[in-house]
Design a protein around this ligand. Structure first.
Ligand SMILES: NC(=O)c1ccc[n+]([C@@H]2O[C@H](COP(=O)([O-])OP(=O)(O)OC[C@H]3O[C@@H](n4cnc5c(N)ncnc54)[C@H](O)[C@@H]3O)[C@@H](O)[C@H]2O)c1
Length: 276
């Protein structure tokens, strides 16, 4: 049976780990060839060895660099003959750092790092890929978060960055129409190596090593667990597949365990008690 992305070409930022890697795996399984812009050499090499250059092309670089973004687009287009879908996914989290826990220097440095990766990284990617996507009548898919809508899933800098990502979905859907559709997937808490800002000394901290934290988050969710990266992958396929989402643009698909209706733990027990 033909895959849902047979013959298509995608480019995924931060595709070497976590949700980005799950998207790359799924896109390849659906018949796509995939370029990846990846900062760290280890995951970049692992991707090359696993898939080979004919299926996945890896460019090492930083999403904050316009030159690296243009190199990734040019390499992908040269290798695979075009670009149908751009997935802007690379990101860092602020580990919920509240304003009162910053001194001024750390606040400015963290703002610059986190907003540059999470927001500028998307803007530069779309700028670099726009022409190729217009030519193919392709799709942009951004990785959002419940923090694009709610407070409490991060500190002010992360929450502001993901609100900005949802702003980009709307404005870019407007600007790139009718040729290019622009949507987002907003994954909720997911067991990944999501890191913090180097400006806070959290560049090597990994979310998937914070078991107490992920357990506490799971308790707050109606579904009672945090997600695995692959749980979100089919939504990225849906938004890339022209035949399956041809009338969707400016949408945010939420894959967050029902965080909006969270009651979890105590509230759920209380509701069960009240119902008896
Ligand atoms: N894990 C969660 O709970 C969660 C929840 C909501 C949203 N998200 C979002 O999902 C996206 C993917 O994160 P993940 O959870 O898979 O974590 P992850 O750390 O596994 O993936 C992030 C990727 O981005 C890359 N990256 C970071 N900074 C970069 C830079 N400057 N240049 C190039 N690449 C860079 C990392 O190397 C990594 O491959 C992020 O945008 C994150 O905000 C994650």
């Amino acid at each position: 049976m033909a895959g849902r992305l047979e013959g298509q070409v995608a480019l995924v930022t931060g595709g070497g780990s976590g949700i980005g890697l799950a998207v790359v795996e799924r896109y390849v399984a659906e018949g796509a060839r995939v370029g990846v812009l990846q900062r760290s050499p280890g995951p970049a090499q692992a991707l090359r060895e696993r898939f080979g250059d004919g299926v996945v092309r890896v460019v090492e670089g930083d999403v904050r660099s316009a030159a690296d973004q243009r190199r990734a687009v040019a390499d992908t287009v040269a290798a695979f003959g075009g670009l149908d879908a751009l997935v802007c996914n690379a990101g860092v989290w602020d580990y919920g750092r509240a304003l009162e826990r910053y001194d001024d220097d750390a606040l400015v440095a963290t703002y610059r790092e986190l907003l540059d990766v999470n927001v500028l990284g998307c803007v530069l990617a779309v700028a670099a890929a726009r022409e190729a996507l217009v030519a193919s009548r392709g799709a942009v898919i951004l990785t959002g978060s419940p923090s694009g809508r709610f407070a409490g899933g991060g500190g002010p800098l992360y929450v502001a960055s993901k609100h900005a990502v949802e702003g980009l979905v709307r404005q870019l859907a407007f600007e790139l129409a009718p040729e290019v559709r622009v949507n987002a997937v907003a994954p909720g808490a997911t067991r990944t190596a999501l890191r913090g800002p180097a400006a806070l000394g959290l560049g090597e901290r990994r979310l998937d090593e914070q078991e107490q934290l992920t357990d506490a988050i799971a308790q707050q969710l109606p579904l009672g667990v945090v997600a695995e990266p692959a749980d979100h992958a089919s939504l990225y396929v849906l938004l890339a597949a022209r035949e399956e989402s041809s009338f969707m643009t400016a949408s945010v698909l939420r894959s967050d365990g029902g965080v909006e209706v969270r009651g979890g733990g105590a509230a759920r027990a209380a509701a069960a008690g009240a119902a008896r």
